[in-house]
Each structure stands twice: as C-alpha cells, then as structure tokens.
Design a protein around this ligand. Structure first.
Ligand SMILES: CC(=O)N[C@H]1[C@@H](OP(=O)(O)OP(=O)(O)OC[C@H]2O[C@@H](n3ccc(=O)[nH]c3=O)[C@H](O)[C@@H]2O)O[C@H](CO)[C@@H](O)[C@@H]1O
Length: 508
C-alpha cells in the first residue's frame, strides 16, 4: 500500500494537498481507505483534470458561442426513415437484421452507469417499476425483448442464436445491478451471455479547481459520462470478448426508454445494408426546448449537439416545410461496428473533449461538517457517447416513430413529461393499439365498451388496459392468433401462460 508520505508528495504535485487536511483526525481504517483511493489518482492527470475543469467552468455556460453558423441539418441521403419507407424496403432491412442476429453477430450494450439524479431514486434506474399491471421493471422488459428477438431470428433461420447483453455500470450501479440480476435469475437469460463491466470515476472539482471531499476520508467521485464507455471497453477487454463470440455489430442504448427495441432488426439491417460503421436512431423533436440532443452536422461533420449546448434561438429555427430545422432528436440508441469501436478505443478516445456539468455535490466544510448544498457548487467532467460520431467513415441516422420507440423516464412524479406515469401510458397505449390492430375488442373496467376513437390521444391512459409481454410479441407481431375477433375485460395481461390458454380450443 502507498505510504502517507508518498501520497502527500503526489498530491502536492497535483496541487491538491488539501485532500489530507483531516488526516490527524482519521481512524486507521479511514486512513487506509483514503490512501487507497488517493493512490489511484495519477498526479499529472489529476492536475490536468482540475485545471481543465476550472478553465471550462470559467467559460460562459450554455449554448456554444458561434455554433449556429457552423450547424446544418444532416443531408437527406444520410437519413433512413422507418415510417416513410415502403413495406418492401422495410422488410428487406428487417430480414437483414434477423439474418445477422441468427448468425450471432449482434450484441446489445446497455449504458447503465448514470446516477439517475433527476428521477431521485437511490438505486439503478433499470430496477424501476413504472407501475405496469405486471409489475415489471425496465431491466425485465429489456431482458425479455432480448429473449424474444433471439427466438424470432432463430425461428426464421432455423438456428439457436444468442444476443449477448453487455451492461456498463459504475461504482454506484454495479453492486445493486448485479445483485438484482442474480435475484431474478438473470430473467432466464444464460448468465454467461450477460457481461457487466464498470466505467471509471473522476473526482468532482470546485469552481476554482480543487477536488471535493465528500467525507473527511472520501473524495467526491462521479462516473465519467456515458462516453466513459470507450475507456471501459478497453479496461475490461470487452471488444476481445465480442471478437471471441463473433460479434460484429453492437446496439448501444440508454437504460430509461421503456419502448426501447433491443437489437432492433430493422435498425441493424438498415445500418448493415448502408455499410455504416456508426448510426443513431432519431425521432422528430416534439417541441423546440425538448431535452434531447440534435443529430446534425457541425462544419460538415455528423455530430450530436446536446440540448444544453444549443441556443433557444437555434433550436426554434424552422425549415421551409414549417417543421423544426434541427428536428432529429437523439434517443441514445446507437449502432457501431466492432471495427469502429476498436478504432475509437485505440485511436480516437483521447481526442474526446469532456463536457462540463455543474452540479450540487455534497461536501465536508473546513470544520468537518457534512453539507448538502442548495446551489450547484461543483463540476463534474463527462464524456458523451455520441462524441465519436465525427470519426465515423459512414455515419447514418434512422428516424423512427416516437409513439412506437421513445418514451424516456427522466423525472419524478408529478412531472408533466418523461415521468413514470408518461412511460407507463406510452407502453400501455402501444399495446392497446397492437391489440386493436390484431382484432381484439375490450370492455373497460366498468364492463362498458369504450367509445370508438379515430386514434388514441397522444397522452393519457388508453381506454382499456392491455399489457403484452415482450415474450409474446416484440413489436406487435404475431398477435392475431391470440386476439383476432376476441373480447377481453380490462385490465388484461397477455403473458406466455395467457397466450397458451388462448390457443386451447374454446368450449362452445
Ligand atoms: C450524453 C447523452 O447521451 N445524452 C443523451 C441522453 O441525455 P440525458 O441527459 O437524458 O442522459 P442521461 O444522463 O439519462 O444518460 C443517458 C444514459 O447514459 C448512462 N450514463 C450516464 C452517465 C454516465 O456516466 N454513465 C452512463 O452509463 C445513463 O445511465 C443512461 O442510460 O439521452 C437523451 C434521450 O433520452 C438524448 O437526447 C441525449 O442526447
């Protein structure tokens, strides 16, 4: 173990000796823990990190100056559209996606290292239940979609195939996530195909470049952003694991979108047939200030401009058709070839510039009191997963329908948007639509027929509650055999048992 003198000398080189200011008061175990933590911080890198944080913080926050002139929408030839393509083209994309899945060439990678501060829960977001009739968590829905897509690809191609699930966690989420998966028997996935790995942490820093102590014996550390993915892939030899398994294409996604289509064959097939090395799913932005990044070009190079970095004026610009000029909302669903990820980890990662997040960071004051600040007092430096798009040789975007594929869980109740309620409603409205399309009719909770609506209201509860297990249908397929011409009482859960029962011959 490093000695106190050693660590002190290293901290001096980094200009951070204040981190040992409570040394004399610490018990032996606390001293050991603090030394172990500090010994991991490399002095030159730490000095540089603090300098960059303070420098970035001194620059004006918010919209990047001069950005508007450098910005253009993506050229049309780089954008595929799921909803506006003819059925034959869509079928070709889907078929190609299923073919690659059946060949075991597709993996999914979940970004789950975030702290979910806006939602205000102390456990990982994936463990959240939004209040579905089945009580399922986000992790369970995702696991079941993996199982179903494997099954669909296998049936089409007469194989038994695997979509490995890589889960990037952080110090905050690894323990509880791993335990949750074990408790739930990995949702019946083979644990050998679920690979969890941890991203790095970085110290949080005051506005004048001093690392923050969150306790007398502990540095305030935070995950290094979802762009920490690339260092984490290298740290844990994940690309080598992918190579051993024969994985060529990776669908990277964020944890909180209840409608996420894991290893979506249509998206994968589109990207593969376009020869893309990097791709992003997008939806039309709902309103100018919506907190989603915009997929566009900066100086002619495809990039995402994050919502915190685009000015309200630019966000409101209109195109000639009256729609928003910067309309391609990033839903944090990305496609990468393994080859591209390898080039990023080997070559481009050091070129990624960290972004500054100004946050409230609990700290210990000079007298040793623990303080929970009411105003932001610290800087966290984060890399963004999409900042590698500019290194792609062939970047494509793929636009999908919001009501089918995007409803993120960001805010606690009673927020109007992106809350547990809106996520639940989005999923149940989708399942109700699928059921109606498959020929079902529903009696509402009072035994009455809901009024025939030309379309469902975009927000709010569907007229009847119908939840369909992802193990029965991945994206609305194959439901007619259970539902055609049948009447159901709301609430209705179509899970595997119910599906089997519905296939039994009916008594007359
Ligand atoms: C940087 C980024 O991707 N921003 C996107 C993210 O914004 P948003 O600000 O909502 O991003 P979040 O903070 O929710 O993070 C997105 C995902 O990254 C994970 N995470 C985050 C930080 C970290 O250190 N490690 C980690 O794994 C989170 O667990 C989550 O799964 O989703 C929006 C859609 O919902 C997009 O429009 C934004 O462009």
């Amino acid at each position: 173990m490093a000695s106190e003198q050693d660590v002190r000398a290293r901290l001096q080189r980094a200009g951070q000796e204040h981190l040992l200011r409570f040394w004399a008061e610490l018990a032996p175990e606390s001293r050991a823990a603090l030394l172990a933590e500090l010994a991991l911080l490399e002095p030159e890198a730490l000095r540089e990190h603090c300098r960059r944080a303070a420098e970035a913080c001194a620059r004006p926050h918010g919209p990047l100056p001069g950005l508007a002139e450098r910005l253009r929408p993506l050229p049309a030839e780089r954008v595929g559209r799921a909803s506006r393509s003819d059925p034959e083209t869509r079928r070709r994309w889907e078929e190609e996606g299923f073919r690659q899945i059946a060949l075991n060439k597709v993996a999914v990678l979940l970004l789950a290292g975030g702290q979910g501060t806006r939602l205000g829960v102390t456990y990982p977001k994936g463990m959240y239940r939004v209040g579905l009739p089945s009580g399922k968590t986000l992790y369970q829905l995702q696991a079941e979609r993996i199982r179903r897509v494997e099954q669909l690809a296998g049936e089409r191609h007469g194989t038994c195939c695997t979509v490995p699930w890589y889960v990037m966690t952080s110090e905050f989420t690894l323990g509880p996530t791993a335990e949750f998966f074990r408790e739930h028997d990995f949702f019946h996935l083979d644990p050998a195909n679920v690979v969890m790995f941890e991203q790095r942490l970085l110290p949080a820093v005051t506005f004048d470049g001093k690392v923050i102590l969150e306790r007398k014996d502990k540095v305030a550390m935070a995950p290094d952003g979802n762009g920490g993915l690339y260092c984490a892939l290298e740290d844990h030899k994940i690309l080598e694991d992918m190579e051993r398994r024969g994985v060529e294409f990776v669908h990277v996604y964020c944890v909180d979108n209840i409608l996420v289509r894991l290893a979506d064959p249509v998206f994968i097939g589109f990207c593969v047939l376009q020869g893309a090395d990097c791709g992003a799913k997008v939806v039309e932005k709902a309103y100018p200030e919506e907190p989603v990044g915009v997929v566009c070009q900066v100086d002619g190079v495809p990039q995402v401009v994050e919502y915190s970095e685009i000015s309200p004026d630019t966000a409101q610009l209109r195109a000639s058709d009256g729609g928003l000029l910067y309309n391609a909302g990033n839903i944090c669903n990305h496609f990468f070839t393994r080859g591209f990820l390898k080039a990023v980890t080997r070559e481009f990662e050091p070129l990624l510039k960290p972004h500054v997040a100004v946050k409230k960071v609990p700290y210990v004051d000079e007298e040793g009191n623990l303080i929970k600040p009411l105003k932001p007092n610290g800087i966290k430096m984060e890399k963004f997963v999409f900042d590698v798009f500019r290194f792609a040789k062939n970047f494509v975007a793929f636009e999908v329908l919001r009501e089918e594929e995007f409803s993120p869980l960001k805010n606690a109740e009673p927020a109007d948007r992106d809350s547990p309620r809106t996520s639940r409603q989005a999923l149940l409205a989708q399942h109700y639509r699928w059921a109606l399309q498959a020929g079902a009719r529903f009696l509402d909770a009072h035994g009455a027929w809901p009024p025939e609506l030309p379309g469902l209201p975009p927000n709010g509860d569907p007229p009847a509650i119908c939840e369909i297990s992802p193990l029965v249908s991945y994206s609305g397929e194959g439901l007619e055999v259970y539902l055609q011409g049948r009447e159901f009482q709301s609430p209705f859960i179509l899970d595997e048992d119910q599906a089997r029962e519905l296939l039994q011959p009916q008594e007359s």
